[in-house]
Design a protein around this ligand. Structure first.
Ligand code: DMJ
Length: 465
């Protein structure tokens, strides 16, 4: 009789899992607030482990290479990539000693008067974003002064015939390089430049970055899609491959978020129109699962069924834009991609589930989506999902010298890289997922694509088209 009872029980469990997908399986193991608090503290300790190694072996440099315990600078000299990216996480995790040391290092040594060509997109999302959120959280005026100096030095990047920014700009001379770019790099700038306008009262930053966003959108095809490579001088597409992956991803993210941060109705319209095309041509129902693949931007014809770690940001944006059902389904797919090897690869083919690129760069996107889904659905199962992600992350990526990327999620062999977004994003989203909601006023901020929270104060209703 007892045996029959446990068979029945197993059947019910199997049925629940089968009927409701991945989430139902994790829901069997929900956690309470106390358990979440313990996990938040574990995340904080692991963040400290990585940070203290950066302090010990790479202080003052852009990044720590965790396997050799040696520093690495992006452009010869240091731009303090890790301290600037990490500052708001240090503050949110209530690590005042470390936060003050990082802030003082930035105040005393960061200078943008350098004869180097920097990538406008990366410097904007990591440094401009980090300085602005650091300023808003600390009130340190020097951070705002640095942000404005940086903003001024980046502005020449937009001096192209189309208003679309060149890929590289020299911080001292204002000379530019790299006419070939992509929508992510032309359209992921307005949250940061707009906030700079808001804080300095000078509209030039907002207007310049908004023009670049609108010029990207204006070049969408007749069916509403964008490609993933274009020329800023001719404005012509160099690739008609359309998707939500790297090269396009955060362009879509900023359409929605610029509406949320600035109340900009143009951005809302551009998001709404884009979402129709994304859902019509990129969304793919594969064996009852929701994925987003690639299509030709002009014909809408499916060109590939690849999805990867970068695409996993999209459930967060969908949930934030009130599209909870597809957000949940896509998150289940991302989680399936993760559990296949105990950690996610950079790229898979979702039809065959074959790995196309086995690396794991310590990317945050799947954690980010887990956090948004938890906050916006209130379903505690997302915390359980996050616990699985965190345990795997620690198990495979922790090393003596911090956290290391993986060369392959199959062999789990580590690589000598710990990019600054690990501090800005991966650890921050893990922490916020488990920490009490009072840690950060979720409704009062919009995160830039590097997870820097920017305060939500509407300025005025810009319309430039
Ligand atoms: C980060 O720099 C940002 O999240 C960007 O939008 C995409 N790539 C990395 C993280 O994977």
């Amino acid at each position: 009789m007892r045996r029959a009872g446990s068979v029945l029980c197993l059947f019910v469990l199997w049925f629940l899992a089968g009927a409701n997908g991945v989430l139902a399986r994790t829901a069997l193991d929900e956690m309470d607030d106390q358990q979440a608090q313990v996990l938040a503290e574990q995340v904080r300790q692991e963040f400290l482990h990585a940070w203290q190694n950066y302090e010990r072996y790479a202080w003052g440099h852009d990044e720590l290479q965790p396997l050799t315990k040696t520093p690495r600078d992006w452009y010869g000299g240091s731009m303090l990539m890790t301290p600037v990216d990490a500052l708001d996480t240090l503050i949110l995790m209530k690590l005042p000693v470390e936060a003050d040391q990082a802030r003082q290092l930035i105040d005393a040594t960061l200078s943008f008067d350098k004869d180097i060509y920097v990538k406008n997109f990366e410097i904007t999302i990591r440094l401009l974003g980090g300085l602005l959120s650091g300023y808003q959280l600390s009130g340190d005026d020097r951070l705002l002064a640095l942000a404005q100096d940086l903003g001024n030095r980046l502005l020449p990047a937009f001096h192209s015939p189309t208003g679309l920014p060149y890929e590289y700009v020299n911080l001292r001379t204002g000379k530019v390089r790299g006419a070939q770019t992509n929508p992510a790099e032309t359209g992921t700038l307005l949250l940061e430049f707009g906030t700079l306008s808001k804080l300095t009262g000078q509209p030039v930053y907002f207007n310049t970055a908004k023009r670049a966003l609108v010029e990207t959108y204006r070049r969408r095809s007749a069916i509403g899609l964008v490609g993933d490579s274009l020329d800023v001088e001719t404005g012509r597409w160099l690739s008609v491959d359309s998707h939500i992956s790297g090269g396009i991803d955060s362009y879509y993210e900023y359409l929605w978020k610029c509406w949320k941060l600035f109340g900009d109705r143009d951005c809302l319209d551009m998001w709404n129109n884009s979402l129709v095309a994304i859902n019509r041509y990129l969304a793919d129902d594969a064996n009852g699962e929701l994925w987003y693949g690639h299509a030709d931007m002009n014909t809408g014809k499916r060109t590939s069924t690849e999805y990867g770690a970068l695409d996993a940001f999209f459930p967060a944006v969908l949930a934030f834009a009130h599209q909870l059902d597809p957000a949940k389904r896509l998150q289940d797919s991302s989680f399936k991609m993760w559990t296949l090897n105990g950690i996610e690869p950079e790229l898979i083919d979702y039809r065959s589930m074959a790995i196309k690129d086995p690396r794991y760069a310590l990317r945050p996107e799947i954690v980010e989506s887990t956090y948004y889904l938890y906050r916006l659905s209130g379903n505690p199962s997302y915390r359980s999902m996050g616990r699985t992600l965190f345990r795997d992350f620690v198990k495979y990526c922790r090393t003596d010298g911090g956290y290391a990327a993986l060369e392959s999620v199959v062999t789990k062999r580590q690589a000598n890289a710990m990019q600054s977004f690990v501090f800005a994003e991966t650890f921050k989203y893990f922490y916020l997922l488990f920490a009490p909601p009072t840690t950060l006023n979720f409704d009062g901020v919009v995160f830039n694509t590097e997870a820097h929270p920017l305060a939500r104060i509407p300025i005025r209703n810009h319309r430039t088209r």
